[in-house]
Design a binder for this molecule. Sequence first.
Ligand SMILES: Cc1cn([C@H]2C[C@H](O)[C@@H](COP(=O)(O)OP(=O)(O)OP(=O)(O)O)O2)c(=O)[nH]c1=O
Length: 195
Amino acid sequence: MSQVDLILASQSPRRRELLEQIGVRFAVDVADVPEVHQVDESPSDYVQRLALAKAKKISERRSDGIAVLGADTIGVCNGLILEKPTDLDDAKRMLKLMAGNCHQVISAVAVVCSGRQAVGVSETSVRFKETIDDCLIEKYWQTGEPQDKSGSYAIQGLGAVFVESIQGSYSNVVGLPIEVVTPILAQFDVPIWSA
Ligand SMILES: Cc1cn([C@H]2C[C@H](O)[C@@H](COP(=O)(O)OP(=O)(O)OP(=O)(O)O)O2)c(=O)[nH]c1=O
């Protein structure tokens, strides 16, 4: 019997840690999918399309019949989609937009297996503190933490200092909403720690 019940189509160490946390036996096979938002596509539709594309890309090139999970996370603030920063100025733009404001973090999770697929979405509201000055953003940038995070911060890391409150799922902000993942895994008979 295989020791692997799921393939995680993601390069994200956070997604690996969250899957480990709930006791899934998985292997990683990274999907490189271009992340380009289409005009008139809602943020929710956008993350669902990307999560599904990542899962499908890996599923199509495997023949072992193991379920494949893809995910995607973005921020949305004042109607603007916040992805990974391209440079320091981009990170400044995002963090200043979010300061003193609420933004939404939206993650989608998709599982694909033998022609079947399921997709789920989670949305968390995050409120940031009033002010984040340029000097602090520059120091934060130097730590290397914001570069690979949508919205240019990590709630699970140093970026926690920017956060005043959250409403909704914490694991969703980190990149893999456990409350969405577990029922989808159950649909595909992928065991977690309780199984
Ligand atoms: C808002 C926020 C995002 N993130 C991360 C989660 C995701 O890894 C990343 C968003 O980029 P994604 O494109 O969703 O994921 P990824 O490029 O890291 O991995 P892959 O596409 O291979 O699955 O931002 C945090 O770790 N903490 C946070 O607080």
